[in-house]
Design a protein around this ligand. Structure first.
Ligand code: CUA
Length: 340
C-alpha cells in the first residue's frame, strides 16, 4: 500500500472540523468551541479545588481531630442538583439550535434552482455517485469515488443535496471541512447537504467501521467554479466514443479482452456491452485522479499493477486477480486509457 500518497493526501489540517467552509460546518465548529469552553471551565474549577485541598490539607495539625461532618444539608443538595441541571439544560439548548441549522430537508428539483442532487451509495469499500438532477434537469449518469460539486457564487448558493443509501453494511460519509457525518444505513434513506463558496479539494474518510478496507474507503470532494463544474458535467454525460479508426491494435485487443472476460460482470462502460453494476462505473475512468477509492494515483503504471493484483494494493477488496497475461494487461490498460 502506498502510504506516502495517503500522507500527502491527508495532512491533518485537511481533516480538521476547525477549518469549515460550509454553514453546517461552521455551526458544528462553533458548538464544539462552546462545549469545550463550558466543560473546560468545569474541569478547571473541579481540578483547582481538588488540587487546593490536596496541598492545603496534606498534613493533620498536632491537635486536629476529624472536621465537622455535615448530613442532609438542603441548601447544598439544592445547589449541586440545580447547577448541573442548568448546565445540561443550556447544552441541550445550544445542541438543538445546531441540529436545526445543520438539518435541511431536500427541496424538489426545480428548473432555475441551480441545485445539484446526487445519490451516494456506500459499498464495500468505495463510493458510488449517481448524479440525479442539476438545475432541475435530470442527469442520470453514475461515477465513483470522486464527487464533483459546484461552488456557490454571489448569484446563487448552488447547494448540493446528497441522498445517502447503502448497498451492503453501514458506512458514514464524513468530509470534516464540509460538515458533520451522515451514516449510510442498509434499508434507510438519509440525506445531507453541502453549500460553499470555496472551490478546492476536500478530503474525508468513511467514518463507520465497515470491514477489512474501512480505512481504505477514502472520500474526495472537488468543489469547482460553476463553469468548471458545467464542463465536467458535460463530459461525464457524454458516452465514450467507441470504434474510432485511430484506435491502435492494442486498444482493439484490450476492448475485446475487457468485453469477453469477467470485467463486464461488475463494471459498466456506457454505450458498450459492459453493463455490470457491482463495481465502479468506468465510463470516464481517466477523468478520475485516483484508483481504489483514493488509495493510489490513476496513472498507467499503477492502473496496470491494480489489474495484475488488486489484493496487493487493497487487501480484501472485492476485485480478484484474474491472472491476466502481459498481452491482455497491456491491451486492457490501453483500452481503459481511452475512457476519457
Ligand atoms: Cu465504509 Cu467504513
Amino acid at each position: 500500500m502506498d502510504w506516502t500518497l495517503i500522507a500527502e493526501c491527508l495532512p491533518m489540517q485537511e481533516l480538521s472540523i476547525y477549518r469549515p467552509v460550509t454553514p453546517a460546518g461552521e455551526s458544528i465548529a462553533q458548538l464544539s468551541f462552546l462545549v469545550f469552553a463550558i466543560t473546560g471551565g468545569i474541569f478547571l474549577v473541579v481540578s483547582g479545588v481538588l488540587a487546593y485541598c490536596i496541598v492545603r490539607f496534606r498534613r493533620r495539625g498536632p491537635n486536629e481531630n476529624e472536621p465537622p461532618q455535615v448530613y442532609g444539608s438542603v441548601p447544598i443538595e439544592l445547589a449541586w442538583t440545580a447547577a448541573p441541571l442548568l448546565i445540561v439544560f443550556f447544552l441541550v439548548l445550544v445542541t438543538t439550535r445546531t441540529l436545526w441549522e445543520v438539518e435541511v430537508d431536500p427541496p424538489q428539483p426545480t428548473v432555475g434552482d441551480k441545485t445539484l442532487f446526487v445519490t451516494v451509495v456506500g459499498r464495500q469499500w468505495w463510493w458510488e455517485y449517481r448524479y440525479d438532477y442539476y438545475d432541475g434537469k435530470p442527469l442520470g449518469f453514475t461515477t465513483a469515488n470522486e464527487l464533483h460539486i459546484p461552488a456557490g457564487d454571489d448569484d446563487a448558493p448552488r447547494r448540493t443535496f446528497l441522498t445517502l443509501v447503502s448497498a451492503d453494511v453501514c458506512h458514514s460519509f464524513w468530509v470534516p471541512r464540509l460538515g458533520g457525518k451522515t451514516d449510510l444505513i442498509p434499508g434507510r434513506i438519509n440525506s445531507t447537504w453541502i453549500e460553499t463558496k470555496s472551490p478546492g479539494l476536500y478530503l474525508g474518510q468513511c467514518a463507520e467501521f465497515c470491514g477489512t478496507q474501512h480505512a481504505g474507503m477514502l472520500l474526495r470532494v472537488d468543489v469547482e467554479e460553476p463553469a468548471v463544474f458545467a464542463a465536467w458535467l458535460e463530459r461525464e454525460q457524454a458516452k465514450v466514443v467507441v470504434g474510432t479508426t485511430e484506435e491502435s491494435a492494442a486498444v482493439e485487443r484490450g476492448r475485446v479482452a475487457f468485453q469477453s472476460l469477467s470485467c463486464v460482470n461488475c463494471h459498466a462502460v456506457r454505450g458498450t456491452p459492459a453493463v455490470g453494476t457491482f463495481g465502479p462505473d468506468l465510463t470516464h475512468l481517466m477523468a478520475r485522479k485516483t484508483l481504489a477509492s483514493g488509495l493510489i494515483p490513476n496513472d498507467r503504471e499503477r492502473l496496470r499493477s491494480w489489474l495484475v493484483n488488486p489484493q496487493a494494493i487493497k487487501p480484501g477488496c472485492l476485485m480478484p486477480s484474474f491472472q491476466l497475461n502481459d498481452d491482455q494487461l497491456d491491451g486492457i490498460v490501453a483500452y481503459l486509457e481511452t475512457l476519457r
